[in-house]
Design a binder for this molecule. Structure first.
Ligand SMILES: [Zn+2]
Length: 194
């Protein structure tokens, strides 16, 4: 059973930290806008949670497990970025067709990070600096470099990223993306607790 400590408000789409699953009861009001009576979205998607679970199932001290962890954690972040970008685009372009078109045509991590940051008039690193999350971006850059080495047939073991760094990304990725999304939607990098 895949579970997450986060949910998305069905009304204002704010990310909510809900470790005690209080929002499982539809009568419990959301802490963002107080909506009740509607099912709340579990976030992230089941696919994303499955990738995270696969990372968690690896023995990262083992070379093969470490490589598999790099690949699946990279896929996790790609899905989280696509989800964030979809929310970001929807807010700005307001049409599903244009949002889908942009997601289909703007591929690759660097292009997508530029598109994500474009409404802020800065690059993605600038956004992460303003949120106090640039250390996470540095780790994500290392992970992307390790993933590229594997994609190009090179064997990786701690050359681009260490086991501890990989675990840190695994543990922080949901909280970082929840902050990013609430910053984009409310202007405040704050994730309310249910
Ligand atoms: Zn709300």
């Amino acid at each position: 059973m895949l579970t997450s400590d986060y949910k998305r408000c069905p009304k204002c789409r704010t990310m909510i930290f809900d470790p005690a699953s209080k929002l499982g009861a539809m009568s419990h009001p959301t802490p963002c806008c107080g909506t009740s009576g509607q099912p709340r979205f579990i976030w992230p998607s089941p696919e994303t949670l499955k990738f995270l679970e696969l990372v968690g199932n690896q023995d990262l001290s083992n070379q093969d497990g470490f490589r598999i962890g790099i690949v699946f954690l990279s896929s996790t972040l790609e899905l989280l970025l696509e989800d964030s970008l979809r929310e970001q685009l929807w807010r700005h372009v307001k049409t599903a067709d244009l949002t889908d078109y942009l997601l289909q045509t703007v591929r690759g991590r660097d292009s997508r990070l530029r598109l994500y940051a474009a409404p802020y008039g800065m690059n993605f690193k600038g956004v992460m600096v303003s949120l106090g999350k640039v250390a996470f971006l540095d780790l994500w850059d290392k992970l992307a470099a390790a993933r590229n080495e594997i994609a190009h047939g090179k064997y990786v073991m701690g050359g681009k990223i260490t086991q501890n760094e990989l675990v840190q990304i695994q543990q922080e990725c949901l909280s970082v993306f929840a902050v990013l999304q609430n910053h984009a939607s409310t202007g405040k990098p704050y994730v309310p607790t249910a």
